[in-house]
Design a binder for this molecule. Structure first.
Ligand code: FUB
Length: 448
């Protein structure tokens, strides 16, 4: 079959298979997103996050979470994400209190060809629950349309649903309400099959929420955000069975160094690589209830313990040299002479720029895929009041200079093109620095 493919299609498929994962953080930048649950359905990765919005007069509580609906996003490669739009919205769910803006962290799972989307919210009838409870919406496709059940799941009070289906086909629902709870689900995925169990061997001091359970090599990992100090960090406990007893094992990700109070995550294995999906308030650094989803790689030690994940801006995988390379999502940045800033602080969704203030500045960006075809030129979008020249090297500060790009004097952004020297095929690290001391800003670079 491969023999009959056109050469260009074969080349594209080879390239695509080499680029198993590519993303920069945050990986959704058209809206605020939080609490990402990532799942693989068929040949795509789907992310079901919460959707933070800003409160406006009469819509949501200022200074708090304002969450009206859910979108689903999908990707074939972890880099190019499609927003499939709204799948569930508060005022179309019969049991949800209208305009409560409480559509918190969801999950979605596939069973027998149906997709079950679990979501918490505030019920309209306080006889159901005074706080949050959890409902289900069902669809024939991962992108919907999802039809909400008329009532929430009986016997559940709390938030942050997570569903796990064990190898023997038994499904479990986990959720949180101060403690973390779990219970078997009936075959219909819509009702509890037993009384909820408190998963009691977890830390007793400090809020725990956002459970995410998975199994690897016979070990059941219960992962959860926990406030051990000031804000949430991601921790985990393990067991030999889905409902415990669990043994607390350690920390997956430390507290946010910049004070984002919540974190909420899921884990996913794609081929032989594990990924941690989590959130941070990248697009809203002054208000941590407008969050954005991120991905970083995760690995296990030989004894099954999870190695701590250091959050990065670079994210995962390779970036195509022929697409805009956002240097501000760097792998490394000099301590002096370079900084990252929003392109427009009034509209953070436009993203960031790298600001070089003097010749001490540099930025390093790992994992740029040049493929097998030679590149001849590079375009850089930059601005420099006095005019400046940037050098693009491969590998590091001592690596070969492959291009020198001069940004003419001026206050406006300009796209400037320069010839590129020989670059070996395959992935490379870019190292970009001003040649002289003049201040210069860079939005992106792109090879052709
Ligand atoms: O997104 C609202 C709430 O913040 C979630 O339900 C919690 O897990 C925390 O991330």
């Amino acid at each position: 079959m491969i023999k009959n493919l056109k050469p260009w299609l074969l080349a594209a498929l080879i390239l695509a298979s080499l680029h198993q994962a590519h993303a920069q953080n945050p990986f959704i930048t058209n809206q605020f997103t939080a609490d990402p649950t990532a799942r693989v359905f068929g040949d795509r990765i789907y992310v079901y996050p919460s959707h933070d919005i800003r409160a406006t007069p009469g819509h949501g509580r200022a200074g708090w979470f304002v969450m009206e609906d859910y979108h689903v996003f999908s990707s074939a490669n972890l880099t190019d994400w499609t927003d499939h739009g709204v799948i569930v919205t508060q005022n179309k769910v019969p049991w949800v209190k209208p305009d409560s803006y409480s559509m918190w962290a969801p999950d979605c799972i596939q069973r027998n060809g149906k997709y079950y989307f679990y979501f918490p919210s505030a019920p309209r009838d306080t006889a159901i629950s005074k706080g949050f409870t959890i409902g289900v919406a069902v669809a024939d496709k991962p992108t919907g349309p999802f039809v909400p059940q008329p009532l929430p799941i009986k016997g559940v009070r709390g938030i942050d649903p997570n569903v796990f289906i064990d190898k023997n086909g038994q499904a479990y629902l986990y959720w949180s309400q101060g403690n973390i709870y779990g219970a078997k689900l009936k075959e219909n995925m819509l009702e509890l099959a037993e009384e909820p169990k408190t998963l009691g061997e977890l830390p007793t001091k400090g809020l725990k929420e956002g459970p995410y359970l998975f199994e690897r090599k016979g070990i059941y990992y219960l992962t959860y955000p926990h406030v051990a100090n000031k804000t949430e960090r991601l921790e985990y406990a393990t067991s030999t069975s889905p409902l415990g007893p669990f043994t607390v094992k350690g920390v997956i990700m430390d507290e946010s160094p910049t004070g984002c109070w919540t974190n909420h995550h899921s884990l996913l294995q794609l081929k032989n690589q594990w990924y941690l999906f989590y959130h941070h308030n990248d697009l809203s650094p002054k208000f941590d209830k407008n969050r954005s989803v991120r991905i970083d790689s995760l690995s296990f030690a030989a004894d099954g313990s999870i190695r701590k994940v250091t959050p990065t801006l670079r994210g995962v995988g390779l970036t195509d040299a022929r697409q805009k390379i956002q240097l501000d999502r760097y792998s490394r940045l000099s301590q002096q002479g370079a900084a990252i800033a929003f392109l427009d602080t009034a509209n953070t969704f436009q993203g960031w720029k790298t600001v070089f203030t003097d010749a001490k500045g540099w930025v390093q960006y790992n994992g740029v895929a040049f493929g097998s075809q030679k590149v001849k030129a590079v375009t850089l979008r930059g601005a420099s009041a006095a005019g400046a020249t940037l050098q693009i090297r491969l590998d590091n500060a001592a690596g070969p200079v492959v291009a020198e790009v001069s940004v003419p004097k001026g206050s406006a952004w300009q796209e400037v093109k320069a010839p590129v020297g020989a670059i070996r095929p395959g992935p490379h690290t870019l190292f970009v620095a001003p040649k002289s001391g003049a201040a210069v800003e860079v939005d992106w670079v792109r090879f052709e």
